[in-house]
Design a protein. Structure first.
Length: 470
């Protein structure tokens, strides 16, 4: 019997069809926790727990069988179980989680990392002209012509905002769990997030919101220098600049930076620099289900990031920091978020406080490490969106993750400044068991990255080599 849709929006014409239509389904067994195995069984999907629940996990039903269709009849377009927006290492991790569970995964985005195309867990790619309002009507709604709604997962800020904004239309063709647009914007937009943290007593850096030139003098007086200048919306900033922020070492530099933001029509947030090394950056990653419960969480910390001091984590590891979990989960409850989320803090070396940096209301770059530690967020999101029982979360397993390319660049910068030796860098990589591209059961993306790197090296040598000696 065809299942009723479990989309968060009540307006759903599929339910009328679901009540009267039967479909023939094949089925898989999805094992959640530890290794994930796939095998064909009589129609039905069974969620199997591998281990006892974590202390923080709520009581969740498990072991209930529900049919999931795997493909259309021969001669029609292949069935899609999941559509992932954006083609990045983050998207690759999500595709592997879902693909290992036997689901057919499609990735759609404006530009896809070419290495990801070699993953055996991705069925096909769809190219989008842009991620904007027109994309919904012109492309996303046309990607699905099935009776059964595929799972939709956004892996970037801009994608998540698009899904939240148009969820009433998208839920007619897809199933997903996300908060309202107002809630999500209040998390992603730092000009709204920091005031929320301030009102509720969450430790935060000194900051000032600069929307126009009239705010500049007050910002210089209240924040001081040196300071960082962050964009309120990071994805809008990346249309103009690379990196995550700018640094201002003097009032003149701060004024110049703020004027450049205004010229780009971006809201700027000058904020104090919290003293502490890159290894003092901690996060809590979790999945908040449709009822507002944290299904499970992991705390982690960065060991290195690139660019150094203000970049993305290139070596990270699972750690035990209950204080981070308490602060992060409390802030997520205040915001009313639903879905994947990671809340980042930096420990202030002056007083030991954990100070809020940002919230990523989506899956993250190091998601593979979270999955390998026993918390498979993309699969939890799929089960929740489909209305299937969520399994208990197993206790965290130790795990270290590395993104080799950026980490090598971080090493060179740290070595240049006398902060890291070659031996210490190599020793720090030995415990790594999780990687941005490499996976034993899916080596294609890593091998493609190696081939791409060798090709670029050859092209660079060709350009700089002297011509033939005639």
């Amino acid at each position: 019997m065809r299942r009723r849709c479990q989309c968060p929006t009540a307006r759903c014409p599929t339910n009328a069809v679901a009540d009267s239509r039967n479909t023939t389904t094949a089925a898989k067994t999805i094992r959640v926790g530890g290794s994930i195995t796939v095998r064909k069984v009589p129609p039905g999907i069974q969620v199997v727990s591998a281990g006892s629940p974590a202390a923080a996990a709520p009581q969740i039903e498990s072991g209930v069988s529900t049919p999931i269709p795997t493909r259309f009849a021969r001669g029609t377009r292949p069935f899609v179980d999941a559509l992932i927006l954006r083609g990045s290492p983050n998207s690759l991790s999500a595709a592997r989680s879902l693909g290992r569970a036997g689901l057919q995964v499609v990735v759609a985005g404006t530009g896809t990392d070419p290495a990801i195309k070699y993953s055996r867990f991705i069925s096909r790619f769809e190219t989008l002209d842009d991620i904007d309002d027109r994309t919904v009507g012109s492309r996303l709604l046309d990607l699905n012509s099935q009776h059964d709604k595929p799972f939709l997962l956004a892996t970037g800020d801009q994608d998540a905002l698009l899904v939240a904004k148009h969820q009433a239309r998208l839920c007619e063709k897809f199933c997903f769990v996300c908060p309202s647009y107002a809630v999500l914007e209040g998390i992603i937009d730092k000009a709204k997030l920091y005031p929320t943290a301030k009102r509720h007593g969450i430790p935060h850096p000194k900051f000032h919101i600069v929307s126009d030139a009239n705010d500049i003098d007050a910002a210089i007086a209240s924040v001081g220098t040196p300071c960082y200048v962050k964009p309120a919306l990071a994805h809008e900033w990346r249309r103009f600049r690379r990196g995550k922020l700018e640094r201002a070492n003097s009032p003149d530099e701060l004024r110049h930076a703020l004027l450049s933001f205004i010229e780009m029509r971006l809201v700027a947030i000058p904020m104090e620099i919290i003293p502490g090394g890159d290894s003092e950056v901690y996060s809590v990653s979790t999945y908040i289900d449709r009822n507002g419960n944290s299904v499970g969480w992991r705390t982690k910390r960065k060991l290195r990031q690139f660019p150094v001091n203000a970049g993305d984590g290139c070596v990270q590891e699972i750690c035990d920091q209950p204080a981070i979990a308490e602060l992060g989960l409390r802030l997520l409850a205040i915001t009313g978020h639903r879905g994947p989320a990671t809340v980042e803090f930096r420990r202030d070396e002056r007083d030991g406080r954990f100070v809020l940096m940002e919230i990523n209301a989506r899956t993250i770059l190091g998601q593979e490490m979270i999955t390998r530690s026993g918390l498979d967020v993309p699969l939890l999101a799929y089960l929740d969106a489909k209305g299937l029982p969520l399994p208990p979360v197993t206790p965290a397993r130790p795990m270290r993750w590395v993104f080799l390319g950026p980490d090598y660049r971080a090493y060179k910068e740290l070595r240049k400044n006398g902060l890291l030796t070659l031996g210490a860098w190599l020793r720090s990589l030995i415990p790594c068991r999780s990687f941005a591209y490499f996976a034993l059961d899916d080596p294609g993306p890593f091998l493609a990255r190696i081939a791409l790197w060798l090709s670029r090296q050859l092209q660079a040598r060709t350009r700089h080599s002297p011509g033939p000696n005639l």
